[in-house]
Design a protein around this ligand. Structure first.
Ligand SMILES: C[S@@+](CC[C@H](N)C(=O)[O-])C[C@H]1O[C@@H](n2cnc3c(N)ncnc32)[C@H](O)[C@@H]1O
Length: 339
């Protein structure tokens, strides 16, 4: 690897792309161009913004590659109508609330202090009950939520199943598994404010009549059960290895004999760090936002599942998806428990 002045300058100024995109999304600027090209005065009139501010912002957006221009008229680039206009089914702009949230933005200005202390500086952390960031996360979905959920469902290929989705967020992982059979039922476990969003997704997907909700702390709330499938997606990175193991132990207790525990999420350690960019950035966030969280390796997960007495733990990966899916089974002759 070689560091160049050019690369350093790109890294020093990369946040400009972020604030340009955030601002254009906040102002709904792309909507103002949805019906066709417009000049700065027309856009300013639609947005009710200053003509001078709008003209300078529009030209900056062209410079950043977020708009095209023909002389003084500005237009959406290829992909813009699909991804950046709020009425489009593929609208992705709202994801700025997750991918470049105010919380991350403010927190990371003090990353040096966080590294000095090794602990979060804010009172609210990602594992605080009802942490508001997770509502945004559930509402806006990340770019890999749907693909990750489909990957889990295809990996399990399950028939009729009772499913527990732990730290469910929007619920899409459990819903994807339940969608495989009309008799499957799913229970979403999360904080009450996040479950309000999961409920909306269940209704949207026509799964409301076979979805239950368990509100509370995954470490202590009664889990119900027993279940054929327990899914834990993108949750364990919030916890240390010890706490993750303790949670998996608890969850394996509510599996039916022959039932499967599924971990899905970003992992580190199985490929060079440069090939796991998102996972390492996530780990930095977990340092800043949790008491002891870190991104675990697939081997860690296999060891944790083995230690729960589950068998046949296997790591699944899919080209183009940064998530790993690790599945293990409760032995068919194990005792059935309820909690
Ligand atoms: C990163 S999100 C993952 C959401 C979803 N599973 C997914 O993969 O899209 C983590 C979720 O876990 C929930 N959560 C965190 N700590 C929790 C706890 N102790 N008990 C219950 N839910 C928790 C958060 O509220 C959040 O919705």
């Amino acid at each position: 690897m070689t560091i160049t002045r050019q690369r350093l300058l790109e890294m020093m100024t990369a946040y400009r792309s972020t604030y340009l995109l955030r601002t254009a999304v906040e102002l709904r600027l792309f909507d103002a161009l949805a019906d066709g090209p417009a000049d700065a005065g027309e856009v300013a009139a639609t947005l009710k913004t200053s003509p001078r501010g709008t003209r300078i912002l529009l030209r900056s957006l062209v410079a950043a590659g977020l708009l095209d221009a023909d002389g003084e008229r500005f237009r959406l680039p290829d992909g813009g109508a699909d991804l950046l206009v709020t009425s489009s089914p593929g609208y992705a702009g709202a994801n700025v609330n997750v991918a470049s949230s105010d919380w991350e933005w403010d927190t990371m200005k003090r990353l040096g202090d966080i590294v000095r202390t090794g602990a979060p500086l804010t009172e609210e952390t990602a594992d605080s009950p009802g942490c508001g960031y997770w509502v945004d996360f559930a509402e806006n979905l990340t770019f890999v939520t749907k693909a990750g959920a489909a990957f889990v469902a295809e990996t399990l290929g399950t028939g009729r199943a009772d499913i527990l989705d732990v730290g469910s967020g929007a619920g899409l992982f459990g819903y994807a598994v339940a969608g495989g059979d009309p008799l499957s039922r799913v229970w979403c476990l999360d904080w009450p404010n996040v479950l309000d969003v999961a409920r909306k997704h269940a209704e949207r997907l026509g799964l409301a009549d076979r979805t239950g909700f368990i509100a509370g702390d995954a470490f202590s709330v009664p889990l119900g059960g027993p279940y054929d499938v327990v899914v834990v997606s993108n949750l364990l990175c919030q916890f240390s290895k010890e706490r993750s193991s303790a949670l998996l132990h608890r969850l394996s207790g509510v599996l039916r004999p022959g039932g499967r525990l599924v971990i899905a999420g970003f992992t580190t350690g199985d490929v060079p760090p440069a090939q796991a960019h998102h996972a390492h950035m996530l780990e930095l966030l977990m340092l800043a936002w949790t008491a002891g969280g870190e991104v675990h390796s697939p081997d860690d997960y296999v060891r944790m599942l083995d230690a729960c007495g589950l068998v046949g733990a296997r790591v699944h990966r899919r080209d183009g998806l940064p998530l790993r899916v690790v599945v293990a089974e409760k032995p068919a002759d194990a005792d059935e428990e309820e909690q």
